[in-house]
Design a protein around this ligand. Structure first.
Ligand code: FA5
Length: 340
């Protein structure tokens, strides 16, 4: 039977013909199917042996048909390519159209650069849910109920007063600690939401990139190494950094990292309000309470985390003066980034 089918398949050169032939063997009334029907009258022992042989036969036959189908498809595509006449005068038309081609949004450009850089240093790329619960967004991050830090981040609460739109990317730290086995390191680009008044540097739906490293004996020096690497690789090697002490309940000690203004290189301009410096990110060593909330023993594990304003990062990188451009969907804005 296999020889018969092989010979028949070889003579077919159209898809329709192949499907017809397939039905003749594998269809309801097909020859191979008919063999299975004969099994009914066999003994149990024989049923087992012949059944196995029949399955092997079906597999061989199916493969014969699939291989032939692939060969026919390739042949058809090649024939079509050979028949196509190329009109080289279309080049001018194509150029006209290329002017209408899209480009990547600045936030996407930043995300890609960040992911490439951190991926190359062994970081995973994570995300978490937009809708968080109070535990992940606040409590596990060492922000107790009555803590003023809850007011620092005006929250969009759901009616149950337990769930909210995540106000920052830090709850992803808790989810990572709960799910991954240390040591680990990750970055997490995330959309976040705060009930804030919108102006040139504030949006209500904006973006942050969180980063975290959990390992043994992590100190501020490790954090500085990775943050300097990030600034130099993405903003340029001439960019200087400075660390100021800053308060975030989930890190101790906590810092703010500033970078020299990309536009005036530290001399002072309207973009950096004359100071020459721009706030770049919050960072610090992970607070022991946060490690405990994530299920890790602070006597064994330590870590650092940073959280940067992704929109503000794009603004610094590309000299964008108003954050509202980023979500304006205005093509005149987006088209300026086509060459990046
Ligand atoms: C945080 O949200 C902390 N989770 C960051 C952090 C992570 C600190 C890990 C330490 C360790 P903060 O509220 O400062 O921190 O926000 C971080 C950044 O988000 C700011 O520096 C700013 O660049 C950006 N940002 C804050 N509010 C807005 C807004 N309304 N619109 C646009 N960007 C904003």
């Amino acid at each position: 039977l296999i020889e018969e089918i092989t010979a028949n398949v070889q003579h077919i050169n159209s898809e329709a013909g192949l499907f017809q032939l397939k039905a003749e063997y594998l269809g309801k009334q097909g020859k191979v199917t008919a063999l299975s029907a004969q099994l009914k009258s066999a003994s149990v022992e024989e049923k087992k042996r012949i059944g196995q042989e029949l399955n092997a036969l079906k597999e061989i036959v199916t493969k014969l048909f699939n291989d032939k189908l692939q060969a026919i498809t390739i042949e058809q595509a090649n024939a079509q390519i050979a028949q196509t006449q190329y009109d080289t005068s279309l080049r001018a038309e194509w150029n006209k159209r290329s002017r209408l081609q899209g480009g990547y949004h600045p936030l996407t450009l930043i995300k890609r650069e960040m992911e490439d850089l951190f991926h190359s240093m062994g970081f995973a790329i994570l995300d978490g849910p937009f809708i968080e619960d109070e535990f992940h967004n606040f409590t596990a991050l060492n922000i107790p109920q009555a803590h003023p830090a809850r007011d620092m981040q005006d929250t969009f609460w759901f009616a149950d007063k337990v769930h909210c739109l995540r106000t920052h990317a830090s709850p992803i730290e808790i989810r990572a600690m709960q799910e991954l086995t240390p040591p680990f390191k990750f970055i997490a680009p995330a959309k976040v939401f705060r009930n804030e008044e919108i102006d040139a540097s504030h949006e209500a739906a904006f973006h942050q990139i969180e980063g975290m490293v959990i390992d043994k004996n992590i100190g501020v020096q490790h954090m500085v190494y990775f943050l300097e690497k990030l600034v130099q690789e993405i903003l340029g090697h001439h960019t200087k950094t400075r660390l100021r002490s800053g308060f975030f309940p989930f890190v101790e000690p906590g810092f703010e990292l500033d970078v020299t203004c990309h536009l005036c290189e530290g001399a002072g301009c309207s973009f950096c309000k004359g100071s020459g410096w721009i706030e770049f990110c919050g960072c610090g060593l992970t607070h022991p309470n946060v490690l405990i909330a994530g299920g890790l023993d602070p006597n064994e594990w330590s870590g650092f985390a940073f959280g940067l304003g992704w929109d503000r990062f794009a603004m610094i990188r590309y000299g964008i003066e108003d954050i509202r451009h980023l979500q304006s969907a205005d093509l005149r804005f987006s088209q300026q980034f086509r060459s990046y």
